[in-house]
Design a protein around this ligand. Structure first.
Ligand code: ACO
Length: 402
């Protein structure tokens, strides 16, 4: 609680809500989330239905336009995206400037931001709806190219150009995993699993990265700059970076003899900064519906690919120990989407430091839809207030008198 009498230099009453735990920043018609009941819906459609029956581009269309597309609308949308997968050759020069140790998230956000230079008319806040639509198509089309190129840069391999005869996920996997001269067979199990993961990550209302996209966009910055900012917000280990941290944590437990109980105790110890990565959520206080779907998908993928991953066993042990532990029960800490997604990414052959890039690929249509909604609502510039707690007025003391 804030002691109003102590507020200095403030005019009027200011509420303080660190982390915006109870502050709504906007009205939105995109994603419905009930954290108590574990419900997630995009534009009214249950996430379970979409993950089972739809595909990522259809879900992208739904998020951005508000309705599921007709066949004609879908073909037009998917066709336009396919036509824009190539990127300007000079962007390769920017990529070449990054050392191979560069984290792919930093490379991705930089390449996305570089689109402001290649399409400078995006800087004009008065872009027409058609111009905005084109920017959105470009983003969806080029992001897989950039993501795969960020990986190739890390590996020191030559980049692959997009193959427009393939679908969205197939094209991405080919750019990631084949050499330019090589024939590449798409494994339908991998392609389907990837598509499902992208759907599950596609939007999640006003989370840290999405709020960032809206707030940057509210200053009328270019959509490319806004999405680039969202990628950077997603990077942190308390947000999208958690999927990388989960696997690193599970690997560390494995290397330490596989005693998951020991780590559960560490997570409960308030003098130990260790947290169980992939557990807990700001909004879900019952279960994360995405985690349920992903857990099943992880089992399916590992079985179909014939992979026996000891890290998955540790994950299951940790989950069941935590679900039966009073500390986790009292605080309503359940596995979140990141707890199992890393296990699938690993099974698909995606390296750990690309996990958050995969999350960004999935979240892109959500960011776009939210940016569009912010613009259509004519939202004012985002500008939170503060409660000043620093010094009161002080006379300046020259340096030789201090
Ligand atoms: N391990 C151990 N204790 C935890 C954990 C955890 N993973 N998460 C929360 N707690 C405890 C806190 O210590 C706190 O305990 P206290 O009441 O005794 O002080 C209580 O649970 C509430 O935690 P907060 O940090 O206040 O919850 P908040 O809503 O601010 O944080 C967050 C949510 C950031 C997700 C947190 O649970 C966390 O750090 N989890 C691990 C990181 C992670 O998995 N992030 C991914 C989130 S999902 C996503 O971004 C897609």
């Amino acid at each position: 609680a804030v002691d109003i009498a102590k507020l200095r230099g403030q005019s009027g009453l200011i509420t303080i809500d660190p982390g915006f735990k109870n502050t709504g920043s906007t009205k939105s018609a995109i994603t419905f989330l009930d954290g108590e009941k574990g419900i997630l819906r995009y534009r009214g459609y249950n996430i379970e239905d979409l993950a089972e029956n739809s595909n990522f581009l259809e879900v992208s269309y739904l998020l951005i336009n508000g309705e599921l597309p007709t066949t004609e609308q879908y073909n037009d949308f998917a066709g336009r995206i396919t036509n824009h997968t190539l990127v300007h050759e000079d962007i390769k020069k920017i990529l070449d400037g990054f050392p191979s140790v560069a984290h792919p998230m930093g490379v991705l956000s930089s390449l996305i931001c570089s689109l402001t230079a290649f399409y400078p008319n995006s800087l004009d806040p008065n872009n027409t709806d058609e111009e905005i639509k084109l920017s959105m198509v470009r983003l969806l089309a080029k992001m897989p190219t950039f993501a795969a190129w960020a990986y190739k840069n890390k590996m020191g391999h030559p980049v692959n150009y997009p193959d427009n005869s393939l679908d969205y996920c197939g094209n991405f996997m080919k750019m990631m995993f084949s050499l330019p001269s090589e024939k590449y067979e798409i494994d339908p199990v991998i392609s389907k699993a990837l598509d499902k993961l992208l759907i599950l990550h596609a939007d999640h209302e006003q989370n840290c990265s999405t709020s960032t996209v809206r707030i940057v966009g509210s200053s009328q910055a270019s959509i490319y700059a806004s999405i680039s900012a969202g990628i950077n917000a997603l990077w942190g280990p308390l947000h999208g970076g958690a999927n990388q941290s989960v696997i690193e944590m599970l690997e560390a437990i494995k290397a330490d003899g596989g005693d998951s109980k020991k780590y559960l105790e560490k997570a409960k110890d308030k003098n130990d900064p260790f947290r169980l990565m992939g557990f807990g959520h700001r909004v879900y206080k019952n279960f994360d519906p995405r985690a349920k779907i992903i857990k099943k998908a992880a089992d399916d993928v590992l079985e179909k690919l014939g992979i026996n991953d000891p890290v998955l066993d540790i994950a299951k042990e940790l989950e069941s120990a935590a679900l039966n532990d009073q500390y986790f029960v009292d605080r309503k800490l359940y596995p979140n989407v990141d707890f199992y997604s890393g296990i699938i990414y690993r099974a698909l052959g995606i390296p750990t430091d690309m996990f958050t890039v995969m999350f960004a690929l999935g979240r892109l249509p959500g960011w776009i839809a939210q940016w569009k909604e912010m613009r259509e609502n004519n939202e004012p510039i985002g500008r939170p207030r503060q409660v000043y707690v620093g010094s009161t007025e002080r006379p300046f003391v020259p340096i030789d008198k201090r």
